[in-house]
Design a protein around this ligand. Structure first.
Ligand SMILES: Nc1nc2c(ncn2[C@@H]2O[C@H](COP(=O)(O)OP(=O)(O)OP(=O)(O)O)[C@@H](O)[C@H]2O)c(=O)[nH]1
Length: 153
């Protein structure tokens, strides 16, 4: 599937990858044996390791942080679903930072090129904060393109 669409994205400035991190205790609707967070790790691994996309900026949105916060506060334990999480504190700061490190580690280990790890914690339904993140990303990419073409230094 990825192999089929990747060639159409190799000249994109960036791909925004949304991983719904509140879904750590859920399974895929189409396959109840697959954990949704595991599925996001798998897809992220496929994208970061794809040769055709090695020059494309990858921007990771660790999304649904608001739902993650509510879920953890209600007593759902990350370690019950993510065994490697162990006995770390079950709060939003620690769990989110842990997941960020996991996604970043995959990029670091599996990318065929050296790439910056762009990662944001998001609640994309909050249009105001999402607009701000997107505007900053657009500025960053424009600056990067100008640097590449030596129009600024
Ligand atoms: N509270 C909250 N809702 C969100 C967020 N992102 C998406 N949603 C809502 O979640 C619902 C499902 O949208 P998606 O997550 O895009 O789609 P999905 O992952 O295929 O759907 P689900 O299986 O329902 O999670 C929609 O009603 C969205 O508006 C978020 O960050 N916070």
């Amino acid at each position: 599937m990825l192999a089929a669409w990747a060639p159409y994205f190799d000249d994109m400035d960036a791909i925004i990858f949304l991983a719904p991190i509140s879904c750590f205790d859920q399974v895929l609707e189409e396959d109840h044996k697959v954990n949704r967070l595991e599925d996001s790790f798998k897809l992220w691994t496929l994208i970061v390791s794809n040769e055709l996309l090695k020059n494309t900026n990858l921007i990771l949105f660790l999304n649904k942080i608001d739902i993650l916060r509510t879920k953890l506060s209600s007593g759902v334990l990350m370690k019950d679903y993510v065994v490697s999480y162990g006995d770390r504190p079950n709060d939003v700061d620690h769990t989110a930072a842990y997941l960020r490190r996991k996604f970043g580690g995959i990029l670091h280990e599996r990318s065929p090129s050296t790439r910056v790890f762009y990662c944001h914690f998001t609640t994309v339904t909050d249009t105001k904060s999402t607009k701000l993140i997107l505007t900053n990303l657009k500025d960053m990419l424009m600056r990067q393109n100008l640097l590449k073409t030596n129009l600024i230094n």
